[in-house]
Design a binder for this molecule. Structure first.
Ligand code: NAI
Ligand SMILES: C[N+](C)(C)CC(=O)CC(=O)[O-]
Length: 488
């Protein structure tokens, strides 16, 4: 198992630990805070309820997490070392030197620094090419962006190796080609934060009004198209040139405080903290994290359906996860005398409901995916359907036997009860591990898609059905098959 070492397990180190662990890495943590294990445990609990529910593919089995009082023990043998200690250059130099004294020469040392340049972090190091900035965004276990900032001391092959590791754990490494204070994204965040502080200090808006100005408008727009694509559209048919001609002159008007930072007096801090308490004090930080995570998962899954922005990254990671696992049966399994594996997937967060478990309509969704896979296995594949033959479902009966929650890995196994002529009768059983969760029974009729009438299947499907009959014909009739809801 590949090992990631987390040096500093606060807000950001805890998020990195969760991302590596849930993507199958063993994680070793070094943090002198006696509360570190509890704090990481709470971050991990939030990650476990949201990250596996982001994907349609199951994540690999979780790695093992261990806590170490000795840094050398945490670092030796690790392929990736992530430094996430407080933002203080002196402290980071000290920690990086301690890491490099004991780590493997081939390990990547990523720093979470929000503002320091890699060449600043590398000062005084004997092996500067091993240290690179990998700046994440909170929550690290959900947001894909990592600003990967090398200095001239980092070789191209090393940077690509680091990028590949980041991709493998579902991240989007944005290669920042020239090192600069605060990289790319934090420059925006600082500018927006500065303006917001002025607006509160000058009594123009409260913290809540500022948040509303972001989340009800341009914040949603930015989440899917960023800045320049949004403004291109805003230029209308004339596009970006027109937009710049129209709004460029405004930049000269006194709209912004530009780089002035309001003085951080006790009065300003109390004003902001007081308004923030009024706005959000009804929730604990962990509750706010869970609300944030639910919203982020829902937004990214919506973008995934559009194959756009962060959703396209998620789609790519799902494809990678699926390729890495033996998900469903192959045609060779048609001859085995046992139900066929037709679906293996995760339960996404948006498949769950107000009762805190997988909602009823999604059982049909999963069973429909199994039926589609079964059709494919017997030869009713995309080409066959395009040529005009397919199956229509005529009747379905679902039994809910046990609960299942977001992030769980579920499998569906399918037994063919009848497969002759036009008729196809399937019995799906859904499991989490050995636990039976539900059964779904479907009766289908083969149809001609041109006439929309039932008809005999073509030779390719008849052959598939014959194979399946030979394999499943002698299996016992499953418990619960052929049942209906009886009159009381
Ligand atoms: N909080 C944020 O929104 C973001 C922070 N960052 C960066 O991540 C880094 C860490 O920030 P946070 O997690 O927010 O800080 P934090 O204060 O939550 O966590 C820092 C952790 O480092 C530990 N620590 C202190 N001295 C240590 C030592 N000698 N060895 C090992 N661990 C030690 C502390 O006990 C604490 O758990 C900073 O460089 C920051 O700029 C990056 C992205 C976002
Ligand atoms: C405020 N901050 C500079 C620590 C923010 C970041 O570095 C990134 C983030 O997650 O917003």
């Amino acid at each position: 198992m590949t090992v990631a070492s987390i040096i500093g397990g606060g807000v950001i180190g805890g998020g990195w630990a969760a991302r590596f662990l849930l993507n199958g890495w063993d994680v070793r943590v070094f943090d002198p805070d006696p509360e570190a294990e509890r704090k990481i445990g709470e971050v991990l609990a939030n990650a476990r309820r949201s990250l596996p529910g982001l994907s349609d593919a199951p994540l690999p089995p979780e790695g093992q997490m261990t806590f170490h009082a000795d840094m050398a023990e945490a670092v030796q043998g690790a392929a990736w070392i992530q430094e996430s200690v407080p933002e203080n250059l002196g402290l980071k130099h000290k920690i990086l030197a301690q890491i490099q004294a004991v780590c493997d020469a081939g390990a990547v040392i990523g720093s979470s620094t929000s503002g320091f340049k890699p060449s600043q972090l590398q000062e005084g190091s004997n092996a500067p090419g091993q240290i690179v900035v990998t700046h994440p965004f909170n929550p690290v276990y959900l947001l894909p962006l990592i600003e990967l900032v090398p200095s001239p001391a980092n070789e191209a092959g090393f940077v690509e190796k680091a990028a590949e590791v980041l991709r493998s754990i579902g991240c989007y490494p944005l290669h920042v080609r020239a090192e600069i204070d605060a990289h790319i994204a934090d420059r925006f965040l600082e500018a927006v934060w500065r303006e917001a502080l002025w607006l509160v200090k000058d009594g123009i808006a409260t913290t809540e009004e500022i948040d509303n100005a972001i989340r009800y408008g341009f914040g949603i727009r930015w989440a899917q198209m960023g800045l320049f694509e949004t403004y291109r559209v805003a230029g209308g048919e004339a596009g970006m040139k027109h937009f710049m001609a129209q709004f460029g002159p405004c930049l000269q008007w006194p709209w912004t405080k530009l780089t002035d930072v309001p003085e951080f007096t006790d009065e300003l801090v109390d004003l902001i903290a007081g308004q923030s308490d009024e706005q959000s004090g009804a929730y604990s930080i962990r509750e706010l994290e869970r609300i944030r995570d639910n919203n982020l998962v829902a937004m990214m899954r919506a973008l995934k359906a559009q194959d756009w922005g962060a959703g396209a990254i998620l789609k790519g990671h799902d494809a990678r996860l699926k390729a890495g696992t033996e998900l469903v049966a192959t045609a060779a399994d048609l001859t085995e005398p046992r139900p066929v594996l037709t679906c293996a997937r995760a339960v996404p967060l948006d498949w769950t409901d107000y009762n805190g478990h997988m909602t009823e309509s999604r059982y049909l969704d999963a069973f429909a995916q199994s039926t589609d896979r079964f059709m494919e296995l017997i030869g009713c594949d995309a080409a066959y359907i395009a040529a005009g033959g397919s199956y229509f479902t005529a009747e379905t009966h679902i039994r809910h036997i046990d609960e299942v929650h977001a992030g769980a890995r579920i499998e569906v196994r399918t037994q063919m009860l009848q497969g002759a002529g036009k008729k196809l009768h399937l019995f799906h059983s859904m499991y989490e591990g050995a636990r039976l969760l539900a059964t779904g029974e479907s009766f289908l009729l083969h149809v001609d898609l041109t006439t929309r009438r039932s008809c005999e299947p073509g030779p390719q499907v008849l052959e598939g059905l014959a194979l399946m009959r030979a394999a499943h014909g002698a299996l016992p009739y499953p418990e619960g098959a052929g049942a209906a809801i009886r009159r009381p």
